[in-house]
Structures are given as structure tokens and as C-alpha cells.
Design a protein around this ligand. Sequence first.
Ligand code: 13P
Length: 256
Amino acid sequence: MTRKPIIAGNWKMNKNYGEAVVLAQAISNRLEKDWLDRVDVIVCPPFIDLKPVKTVFEFDRMNVELGAQNVHWEEAGAFTGEISVGMLKNVGCAFCIVGHSERRTLMGETNEEVNKKAKALIAANMKPIICVGESLAVREAETHEEFVCAQVKAAFAGIPAAQAKSCVVAYEPIWAIGTGRTATPEQAEAMCVAIRQTLAELYDATVAEGMRILYGGSMNPGNVEMLTAQPNIDGGLIGGASLEADSFVDLIKACL
Ligand code: 13P
């Protein structure tokens, strides 16, 4: 089965309002509309930049999708500082990252919360990008596959096959994020195979074959081709290299 690749930029806590608009416009200017038939491009700016970034791509009729970096699972109410699924949908988000390792380690986000967020997004027909990945200590203990597959099982608990199909999984080894130390294509592929096998066990082979699994962690224009050449790596979730239009668009071109 051929899966449409995804290049997703996670801007993390970078770019103020004006800078976000400038970056979105620079990306839009460098894209060809027909590329987007062959690769899904998603940008995930900070919450306050979502609407202006969407406006740039809409004005240019550029079919770039918008993603948020986090969400709360409740619909509304007394949750100071939080953002709901409905609010994200309202500004045009189709995707949302959940369970990024920075949120798991710095904000104490648990597997249960990741699962609740994924379910809330699915209920609103939004697509979660579910992040999983092991620390260096877990990799050195050689329990990384077990650890990551347990994260996958917990994230998908109670999600039926029909909805799981719309989810994206991003394998991001923590030791490769922002460190310049990329997983080798073999290491990344081996984990993506293990994740796909886990999905096949949870659902079935057809569902698992149809789902897109991304790699993230120091992906850049120099290593993207080797990584995405692997049969089970369907694109990337990119941090640093998504903050410059040239490098982000080079990553997209590599997937054409
Ligand atoms: P870097 O590409 O900066 O390593 O970040 C990866 C990441 O965390 C994307 O979500």
C-alpha cells in the first residue's frame, strides 16, 4: 500500500505573531500547489499564531494544513490557560500534536491524558498526531521497543479501528530531539515496524498498513531522503528545520 507522506513542522514555542506570518508567507511563496497532491504539509505554530498563519495559506489558496501543539480534552469551562478542541477547529485546525515528549517530560503529561486528548480530537473529526519515543536511558537498556509500543497501546486504548485510521503516529526518540543526533535510518525503521506491528495487533493488518508513521528528531534536508526511503517511515515531524522556509520546503521537496 502506498501512503501519502506527511511533512509536519512543529514550531514549538517559537515565532511571535509577526514572525509567524512572515514564515508562513515565505513557505507559501516557495510551494507549488500540485506538490500538495503528493505530500501532506502541516504547520503547527503556537496557539496565538494559528489564525494568522491559516489566513496566509488560505489567501494564497495553498492547501497547507494547520495543526496545534496541544489541546485539553474537556469541551469548555474552568480550565485556566487551556484550549479546547472546538476552539482549534474553529480557527481551521485539522491536526493536533498530542503527547510530545517535551510535554510528557516537562509538563508531566501522562499516557492517560494523551489518550483522552486523542479521543476528544477524534470526536470532533480532527486528526491527532500521537507522539511516542524513548529516552536515552531506555534505549541504552535496550527496552525501547517495549517502552514505545506500550505508549502506542495506551494512546489508542478504546479508540475503534474506524477512527484510529485517521490518526498519525510520530516516533520521536528523545535523545534525537534538538540534539543534532539523528536516529539511523535502520534504528528509525525498526521502531516504525514495531509500531506498525503493534497497530496490527490492536486493529488489523489493513488498518496498520494504512496509517502514517512519522519520524522526528533532528530531521533536516541532509538526512530526510535516507529516512523517508525506509518503507515504514511516512514522513517527518520536524522542529528546528521547520523554522526556516528554505529548509522546510527542501524537506517537502524530498518527499515528492
Ligand atoms: P528537532 O527537529 O528540532 O529535533 O525537533 C523534533 C521535534 O521534537 C518535532 O516535534
